[in-house]
Write a protein that binds this ligand. Structure first.
Ligand code: F0G
Length: 468
């Protein structure tokens, strides 16, 4: 790919928000009060928040300006017309259903299409997609490619294993498969991208069996960037033209606009099947809102319309993906193993490998998450056997995640590299005392998405913490 890189951030800072590092003793108190669950910490407890890239980005001056143009008319607002036209243009689908966020799109979809025992097949479900499928009695199954869980770097680890997918459909029968979903980028395996070739092959499998093929496309622009950078034949293509080609392969999309919509809230479904659209709309009016606002304010719709275009700017994407790479390199230099290559929105640390003395049943990724908070007031998130393990709500089976990861997600346009250098310094200090980290056990948990609210107990007393 031709490089005409900007040397630094392709934006300057117009408004700032103060952050403060509380002292170590306070941090130790807060994490105990939070029952060792970082979701229970408050914003004031945190210095650098890498919990998620969802709804945590900074808006541009153009988005703030669009907010003032928001039309709050209940039915038929001008904001809705702009939103609908933007989504139709980018995603190439005729019918648009605004939703207040990604999981409400999932809820609408799975409430409408699933019968008990139906399968939903995905390259890898994100936790809310999995949770919503199970909640409606469906069975979510993952078909990640073989490279996804291997340590060697390869460019499209987010891909679907299309042979296994095809085999499964042939074995189980088309009638039991409600939908195939491609998650781009593939969050749960490390924000890893999916190639155009794989999108096209998956689409072929779905077309052959006449199964609806949808994208869970929260990070579609980041995925398009990787296709341009790493897939033969795409180096000279513009991001918008790659985006168009990606979406031509599917029947519809569910999107959380809190990521590549560059918005703090919002989402949508877009599709071409009018019958399904009608059924979704019936439910939507009951649970989300009138079809021209769907749980969002007019101003939110305008912010998303601007964000969906802005996010496809090459310089923005180039800086973003490079920043994630820079951060990953720093964490590696601190002696903590990461998933390679780094993906689109986060650095994923291999906590299972880093803390071999803590077994998966004692949640090594949770131990590392707590350590980051105590060391530097840094909030990261466990993506191991707390998030993906537990008891399967449909089968009662005990589950262990394929890998014990910690995700350090980068909010969009929020932190500079010096913030990230500070996190890397904290990583070095943790590395130096890693043998003192101990496991955890869950003392209280919910049936679905337990990681948000579960309470934990440390399994052995922590060794004395030094410093401040
Ligand atoms: N799909 C993917 C791939 C996601 O990453 C998310 C959210 C959703 C769907 C649900 O969207 O939050 O708007 O309801 N991911 C966030 C995260 C929460 O931290 O990765 P939502």
């Amino acid at each position: 790919m031709k490089k005409n890189r900007q040397p630094a951030e392709p934006y300057r800072i117009k408004s700032v928000e103060s952050i403060r590092l509380i002292n170590r003793k306070e941090r130790e108190e807060r994490i105990v009060q939070s029952k060792y669950n970082v979701f229970q910490l408050g914003a004031d407890d945190i210095y650098i928040d890498l919990l998620t890239d969802s709804g945590t980005g900074a808006m541009s001056n153009r988005q703030w300006a669009a907010l003032m143009l928001g039309d709050e008319t209940y039915a038929g607002a001008a904001s809705w017309k702009r939103f609908k036209a933007t989504v139709q243009e980018i995603f190439g689908k005729q019918f648009v259903i605004p939703c207040h966020q990604g999981r409400s799109a999932e809820n609408l979809m799975f409430s409408t299409i699933l019968n008990k025992g139906d399968y939903v097949l995905n390259n890898t479900h994100f936790d809310t997609t999995r949770g919503n499928t199970q909640h409606k009695g469906g069975i979510p199954l993952d078909f990640p490619c073989a490279e996804a869980n291997q340590p060697e770097p390869s460019p499209f680890k987010g891909n679907m294993d299309t042979s296994r997918l095809d085999e499964f459909i042939r074995k189980e029968g088309v009638d039991r498969v409600a939908m195939v979903i491609m998650t781009i980028t593939n969050n749960s395996v490390g924000g890893q991208p999916v190639s155009m070739k794989n999108i096209s092959e998956t689409s072929d499998v779905c077309r052959e069996h006449n199964i609806p093929f949808f994208f869970d496309c929260a990070r579609f622009a980041e995925n398009a960037y990787f296709i341009k950078r790493d897939e033969p034949g795409y180096a000279d293509r513009s991001i918008p033209s790659i985006v168009t080609e990606m979406f031509e392969a599917c029947d519809g999309v569910m999107m959380s606009a809190k990521k590549d919509g560059l918005a703090n809230i919002g989402g949508f479904i877009a599709l071409n099947d009018e019958q399904l659209y009608d059924r979704l709309t019936e439910l939507m009016i009951i649970v989300e809102g009138f079809p021209t606002y769907g749980g969002l304010a007019g101003r939110d719709l305008d912010i998303i319309s601007v964000g969906l275009k802005e996010v496809q700017d090459f310089d923005y994407l180039d800086f973003r993906i490079e920043q994630v790479e820079y951060f990953g390199q720093k964490i590696k230099e601190a002696g903590i193993p990461i998933v390679e290559p780094t993906g689109g929105h986060a650095v994923f640390v291999d906590a299972g490998k880093f803390l071999p003395h803590i077994p998966a049943e004692q949640y090594p990724a949770q131990a590392l998450s707590v350590a980051f908070y105590i060391e530097g007031g840094i909030r990261v998130v466990e993506m191991g056997s707390i998030m993906f393990g537990g008891t399967d709500p449909n089968t009662g089976e005990k589950l262990i995640a394929p890998r014990e990861l910690v995700r350090m997600a980068l909010p969009r346009r929020v932190y500079t590299n010096s913030h990230l250098d500070f996190v890397a310094e904290a990583a070095s200090k943790i590395e130096a005392r890693k043998s003192s980290l101990t496991g955890y056990k869950i003392t209280r948990e919910a049936k679905f998405l337990r990681h948000f609210t579960c309470e934990l107990e440390q399994l052995a007393p922590r060794s004395v913490e030094i410093g401040g």
